[in-house]
Design a protein around this ligand. Structure first.
Ligand SMILES: *Cc1c(COP(=O)(O)O)cnc(C)c1O
Length: 426
């Protein structure tokens, strides 16, 4: 990347020509007209690039995907209607009935459900490994039918930091790609491709949008996984797709383009889940200020974590920027400029005290949301993770006393004053 990330946030993706709109236009149309049927047939056969129907491609969506691609340092990217769709498409693009997924157990509850329950119903099995497992344990979890290894840069809400080198080594040793959900760190704080990840996913609903305005997702390919070298494992990419007149994605689009082309031409065609162009426009406004906002989120997160750490009504604090945190060393290595604005802590008195604390917050909103300009908080055990058993909660690193505090970009004095008075009410 020749330019700095701060510049890409503002300038990436959309480069208008002479007398064209400076801001990316919203192409709020479903379809395009063509003068001849032959021309459109070439588009349908993927022989020529061009727009014909927004489910398959739209210029607004493409411009914003291109910006995220540049920010991550990838070769191809696509947007989806949600982070859930992004993770599903990224996994299902290379898994089918009979495949096996190895995933860190410290991941977002929705993704855990997707893999453990929904994909299991499709005949795709999975093994979850503790993020702190040894390299040997991780290696032992991979089987001959494993097709992908999955983790989150900073796990939501466990806040475990992924040991990229350990997970990438296991994936490489078995000839499968490492897919990393980079939602919490964003490319501002971590670029997983630099640490061996092959594919990155995002819930753009979080910091990228940043204003609680638009649900969305993204998939970015590094272009570094050699599908043809492992052709027997990935028939969807390396054998003819009869629904596209026999195109072999890995041959026609190379390492750089095969994964995203297949996910678009095949999965998006059949399953839908495109973002509306209007939402992509809103996402792009968020991206423009992402680098600036992340600095403030991280500074506020650090200050709040330090404040909570010395408070007698707080039993524990998890924030990878705190010396002594279980993930401090990994964060120093992979997130040297900070991680995110999310701090987790336990309230003395457990589940009930945690709920009292939350009901007494005045500025911070109780919201099933995170990574927003406005400070908000959540009690995961009774909301996002309520489908999990106590054992599963523990494996995911979520206790019943745990509050997840997402520090916004307000003045940190005001965030701390709100926490102080709510803790006093317990
Ligand atoms: C929120 C979230 C998701 C799901 O994204 P949606 O946009 O809500 O569908 C996936 N992964 C992580 C890490 C998340 O925080």
């Amino acid at each position: 990347m020749s330019q700095q990330l701060e510049t890409t946030c503002v300038q990436g993706g959309w480069q208008p020509g002479d007398a064209e709109p400076r801001q990316v236009p919203i192409y709020q149309n479903t379809t395009w007209r063509y003068a001849t049927g032959e021309h459109m047939a070439r588009l349908f056969d993927l022989e020529e690039a061009g727009y014909f129907y927004t489910r398959l491609a739209n210029p607004t969506n493409d411009a914003v995907a291109k910006k995220i691609c540049e920010m991550e340092g990838g070769t191809a990217a696509m947007l989806t209607s949600s982070g859930q769709a992004a993770n599903f498409f990224a996994l299902f693009n290379i898994c089918e009935a009979g495949s096996h997924i190895v995933a860190s157990s410290a991941i977002y509850g929705g993704t855990y459900n997707l893999i453990a329950v929904t994909m299991a119903k499709m005949g795709i099995e999975s093994t979850f490994v503790a993020p702190d497992c040894t390299a040997e344990e991780l290696d032992a979890a991979l089987k001959p039918n494993t097709r992908v290894v999955f983790g989150e840069t900073i796990a939501n809400p466990a806040l475990a930091v992924l040991d990229f080198e350990k997970f990438a080594a296991a994936a490489n040793a078995h000839g499968v790609p490492l897919v990393v959900d980079n939602t919490f760190a964003t490319p501002v704080n971590c670029r997983p491709f630099e640490w061996g990840a092959h594919i990155v996913t995002h819930s753009t609903t979080k910091y990228m949008d940043g204003h609680a305005s638009a649900v969305g997702g993204a998939i970015v390919d590094s272009g570094t996984f050699d599908w043809m070298a492992h052709a027997e494992k990935y028939p969807g990419l390396t054998t003819p797709d009869e629904s596209y007149h026999g195109v072999v994605y890995a041959e026609a689009f190379g390492k750089e383009g095969a994964f995203i082309t297949k996910a678009t031409a095949h999965l998006m065609r059949d399953l839908g889940s495109i973002p509306s162009p209007q939402n992509s426009f809103i996402l792009n406004l968020g991206l423009e200020s992402l680098a600036v906002r992340m600095k403030q989120h991280c500074a506020n997160g650090q200050a709040v974590a330090e404040y909570l750490q010395q408070h007698p009504k707080v039993s524990w604090v998890r924030y990878s920027g705190l010396p002594g945190d279980a993930y401090y060393n990994l964060a120093q290595k992979y997130l040297p400029n900070g991680g995110c604005g999310v701090v987790c802590f336990g309230v003395v008195g457990g589940r009930e005290a945690a709920q009292t604390f939350m009901s007494n917050l005045k500025m911070a909103a109780i919201a099933t949301h995170v990574a927003d300009a406005r400070t908000c908080c959540l009690h995961p055990a009774s909301t996002t993770h309520r489908q999990m058993t106590d054992e599963e909660l523990e494996a995911a690193g979520v206790g019943a006393d745990q509050v997840r505090m997402s520090c916004g970009i307000e003045a940190v004095e005001d965030i701390i004053a709100d926490i102080e008075q709510a803790l006093a009410a317990i």
